[in-house]
Design a protein. Structure first.
Ligand code: SF4
Ligand code: SF4
Ligand code: SF4
Length: 196
């Protein structure tokens, strides 16, 4: 599937629209580092529309409709579509290592170093990215009934997208500030050497 777009601006807009149709769990099961890179790959013709297990057949149909191509079944090589789940931390086993917080793309885990952590269920997308980093295996996935959600799938995806983008902006800002601190520290050390 190769789709030609008129210019970069139009391409970016289309990527954004395609990205907005994806579940925004940022789980990487599609083979890309998040939903937007997968949307970009589809536009470039480097990925097919049936690689997102969280989106399932409904998601594939939406992508097919948007791109005006025939729909197709989910490619099982990328995983299976599971019912909605959220992470739950067995708090008495948590050692407060904060590794799960670092792994969560939507900041859905609360906690501080050496204190027990907890998942904000309403913000959890069920991506499972916090499971592997936990050194004591105290994070489990629990099913959620469809009725328990006040928001539609589209609203949940939009919320996850906002939280993910906010986290990315914060991390970018943190990196800029860290680089600035390092620069200032080097300048102070260089001045101290000159003064000797
Ligand atoms: S939700 Fe779908 S598109 Fe987004 S990273 Fe996971 S598999 Fe890829
Ligand atoms: S708490 Fe775990 S499963 Fe839930 S969004 Fe964060 S990383 Fe994903
Ligand atoms: S990774 Fe596991 S042990 Fe570490 S803070 Fe998270 S839940 Fe607790």
């Amino acid at each position: 599937m190769k789709v030609e777009w008129i210019n970069t601006q139009a391409s970016n807009t289309v990527v954004e629209q395609l990205n907005a149709l994806l579940p925004q769990t940022q789980c990487g099961q599609c083979g890309f580092k998040g939903c937007r890179p997968y949307a970009e790959a589809m536009i470039e013709g480097d990925a097919d529309i049936n690689q997102c297990p969280p989106g399932g057949d409904e998601g594939i149909a939406a992508l097919a409709d948007f791109l005006s191509v025939p729909t197709k079944p989910l490619n099982p090589a990328f995983g299976i579509h599971k019912p909605k789940q959220v992470a739950f931390i067995v708090e008495q086993d948590c050692i407060g290592c904060v590794k799960c917080i670092a792994a969560c793309p939507v900041d859905a885990i609360l906690g501080a170093a050496k204190f027990m952590h907890t998942v904000i269920a309403s913000e959890c997308t069920g991506c499972e990215l916090c499971i592997a980093p936990c050194p004591v295996d105290c994070i489990i996935m629990q099913p959620v009934s469809a009725d328990a959600d006040d928001l539609s799938k589209r609203e949940k995806s939009a919320l996850a997208k906002r939280r993910y983008e906010a986290r990315c902006s914060r991390k970018k800002q943190d990196a800029v500030e860290k680089a600035e601190r390092t620069k200032q520290k080097k300048a102070v050390l260089a001045n101290m050497k000159l003064a000797k």
